[in-house]
Structures are given as C-alpha cells and as structure tokens.
Design a protein around this ligand. Structure first.
Ligand code: ZN
Length: 157
C-alpha cells in the first residue's frame, strides 16, 4: 500500500505495526524561549480493527480532560483522534514519560470513580446529547487493565 509523506508525524506512523493500547511520544516542539511541548499518542483501540463509539469517547474526553488536571498543571491539551482510536495529550515543560504513564493511570482510575460526566450540558458542550458515562468507564477499565502494555508501541516482529 502506498504511503505518502505528509506534514503530520502521526500520518507517517505505520498504523498496521502498532499494538494498542500504548502511549507513544509523538513529537517535541521547542519554543523561542526554550519551553518544550511534548505530544503523546495515547492509543486505546487497535487501528482499523476497533474504535471507540462516539458517546463513550466523548464522555471519556470530558472526564479525562477534567481529571488529568488534578494530577499535573502541565497539560496543554487532551483531545480525541478523529479516527476514534485514541487521544492526543500535549504537555508543556514535562519530559518524564514514566510520570505521564502514572498520571494517565490515576486519571483512568478517576474516570472509574466518577458518578457523572462533567460539562455534559448544552451550555458547556457542543453535543450534549452524545454522552455515555458507562461507555467511558468501560473504555477506561479496558485501558487501565492493560497498563503493563502501554510502553510497547509496536507489535513484536
Ligand atoms: Zn463535549
């Protein structure tokens, strides 16, 4: 299959070679003053095999975006991938991969402990009807149960 070179690092990743779930450093940007932004590819579902259903993914996004900030003030952004297989996490001036894994594990546990989805109303969200706390918790559990696999990005040869 042809694979065109693009301007986006993740498009140049061979999605047939990865082994979800995993957490991968996707890139580092250094600003004029030396500040560094690290972007992580947090893959919950195996590309082109599985994906997250929209209401579950959406609630997981709300929950993780809110709860992760209880564990660090270095989050720039946490957003879902359009392919519905994972999330991107950007961190500023934080270069500790192991700590990112710990933060994600704590955040996933917070999702499991949640009793409601934050900001799932028409004032605070763009599609308030599309949410599932139960779905988000199933995704978080599945992800957390495989924490031992998060470091392995690629399938064994
Ligand atoms: Zn929303």
């Amino acid at each position: 299959m042809t694979k065109d070179k693009t301007n986006v690092e993740s498009f140049d990743l061979d999605h047939t070679k990865v082994a979800a779930p995993y957490v991968r450093l996707a890139g580092v940007k250094v600003g004029q003053h030396g500040d560094e932004v690290r972007k992580y590819d947090i893959r919950l579902k195996q590309p082109n095999i599985e994906h997250m259903e929209m209401p579950a993914l959406h609630s997981l996004e709300h929950l993780m975006a809110d709860r992760i900030r209880n564990h660090t003030d270095q989050v720039v952004d946490l957003s879902p991938m359009g392919c519905q297989t994972g999330f991107y996490l950007s961190m500023i001036n934080h270069d500790n991969y192991d700590e990112v894994l710990d933060i994600l594990a704590k955040t996933a546990q917070d999702v499991l402990d949640a009793t409601a989805v934050p900001a799932c109303n028409e004032v605070q969200c763009g599609w308030a009807a599309s949410h599932s706390l139960q779905g988000a918790q199933a995704l978080a559990k599945e992800f957390l149960d495989k924490k031992d696999e998060w470091r392995q990005v690629f399938k064994a040869e």
